[in-house]
Design a protein around this ligand. Structure first.
Ligand code: PHE
Length: 446
């Protein structure tokens, strides 16, 4: 009976203990793990980047996640409300607004990819996908055509429809099927991909760290990916935290989400890289990587069309559940701050999003993909600014609020003695210093 939609409005609305863990894992597992993680890892040279990602996840991501959950549970509101309440200062509310803006902007390109996923589900089930085994050519033709625009509208309309009605228990129960279902299919695929000819080369690329290929930009990308993948820095976990019972152990929830997120990323890598090396696909081919690689894996499996269809459908649902938590952040903000009705807030947010979402889809492979400013098209910019700048900034604000301003943070987490000391030290010093250093080094200042 959890509903992240009615952001803290009624006290009685609360997650059951297992429901919360599942919803939090559901928010964190999505396109970030299956689509973004493999391609960003591929663009940054493989194993060493994966190691950086794990370090960012453990040293910065998990402590910040615990902080966000604690802020949400104590603040009982959206990002702006909780920040203002716990700091007692209006200025902090403005910092919370960065989070709302980030969620809004992420949705504009996340919905593009969610749309791609739906298309691939249909194409796989009908078997069309396997008619032309040049998956790169197929992907390029698809993204240059009309379908991405149509599927994105489907995704946004669906998300808006569900959000406008309030997130019913139903859609969240989906997570109970989708998250384990996705895991099952992934494990079946894993058996196939690990027995491919190129498996050894792929595994080596993914797990053997070659530090010579890393740049300072890679560190920023790893940090951004860790935040994105854990749904941090934009108030989503904070909003969920507002529906958590006081008796729930936040540190345990944090560990469960971290373990779940890393597991999906690891399996995704173990599926994608053996396949790329077997079928001669470039691991650094960018956002299309998964859509070019997986069809080749499915085509080489018995019942591949069915597995492919199921996989892409589950991934699409996992993506839509993430879309809900993304859209809900600005919607709940409009409801609380400006007194909009839920219907009006949803319509306003979805229409405003679409103004950016459509050009973003055109830039992701269509007519505007070559319209570049400073080397990036609109799609790349939105991804870069949100993941690599806004999310780490949002995370930085959480560490500062928890570490220096809000005095009761430690006791809210339920950590004791040395655990609490280590966490507070991380939030005061380690995490903010790392975030700032990575920022400065990536712009060439350190
Ligand atoms: N964590 C989600 C994923 O990995 C993306 C997301 C980010 C969802 C932020 C909600 C909030 O796909």
């Amino acid at each position: 009976q959890k509903s992240s939609c009615q952001s803290g409005s009624k006290k009685s609305e609360q997650f059951s203990s297992s429901g919360f863990i599942l919803a939090a894992i559901g928010s964190s597992v999505g396109l970030g793990n299956m689509w973004k993680f493999p391609y960003v890892t591929g663009q940054n040279g493989g194993g060493a980047f994966f190691l950086l990602f794990i370090i960012c996840l453990l040293i910065v991501g998990l402590p910040v996640l615990l902080g966000e959950l604690a802020v949400g549970r104590a603040g009982r509101g959206d990002a702006v409300t909780s920040f203002t309440k716990l700091s007692n200062k209006k200025g902090w509310g403005a910092l919370g607004f960065v989070a709302v803006l980030a969620a809004f902007l992420i949705m504009t390109y996340y919905s593009t990819i969610a749309g791609w996923t739906l298309h691939y589900a249909v194409e796989s089930l009908t078997g069309n996908l396997f008619n032309n085994p040049n998956y790169e050519q197929q992907f390029t033709a698809f993204t240059a055509g009309m379908w991405p625009i149509i599927w994105q509208i489907v995704v946004m309309a669906l998300s808006g429809f569900i959000i406008a009605r309030g997130i019913s228990g139903g859609i969240e129960k989906f997570n109970k099927i989708v998250i384990p279902g996705l895991l099952l299919i992934l494990l079946i695929m894993l058996v196939r991909t690990l027995t491919l000819d190129g498996a050894a080369a792929g595994i080596k690329y993914f797990l053997y760290p070659d530090f010579s290929v890393l740049t300072f930009q890679s560190a920023l990308a790893a940090l951004g990916l860790a935040f994105f993948s854990l749904s941090l820095g934009l108030g989503a976990m904070l909003t969920y935290g507002a529906y958590v019972d006081k008796r729930q152990s936040l540190p345990l929830a944090t560990l469960a989400v971290g373990a779940g997120d890393l597991t999906y990323a690891l399996i995704a890598g173990l599926i994608i890289f053996p396949t790329t090396f077997t079928f001669g696909i470039e691991p650094n081919s960018g956002p299309g990587l998964v859509f070019v690689t997986l069809p080749a894996a499915f085509a080489s499996m018995p019942y591949g069309s069915l597995f492919g269809g199921l996989f892409f459908i589950l991934l699409a649902i996992a993506a839509v559940t993430s879309c809900l938590s993304l859209t809900e952040v600005p919607v709940s903000y409009l409801i609380r701050r400006f007194g909009f009705t839920r219907g009006k807030a949803t319509t306003t947010v979805v229409l405003a999003m679409y103004v950016i979402a459509l050009p973003c889809t055109l830039a992701a492979g269509g007519a505007w993909s070559d319209v570049k400013f400073g080397g990036r098209n609109l799609f790349d910019w939105l991804d870069f600014i949100t993941s690599n700048v806004m999310l780490p900034l949002g995370g930085l604000f959480v560490t500062l609020l928890v570490g220096y301003v809000w005095k009761d943070a430690g006791s809210e987490t339920g950590l004791r003695s040395s655990g609490m000391k280590i966490w507070l030290f991380t939030m005061r010093i380690v995490a903010p210093v790392l975030i700032i250093l990575i920022f400065l080094s990536s712009v060439g200042l350190v």
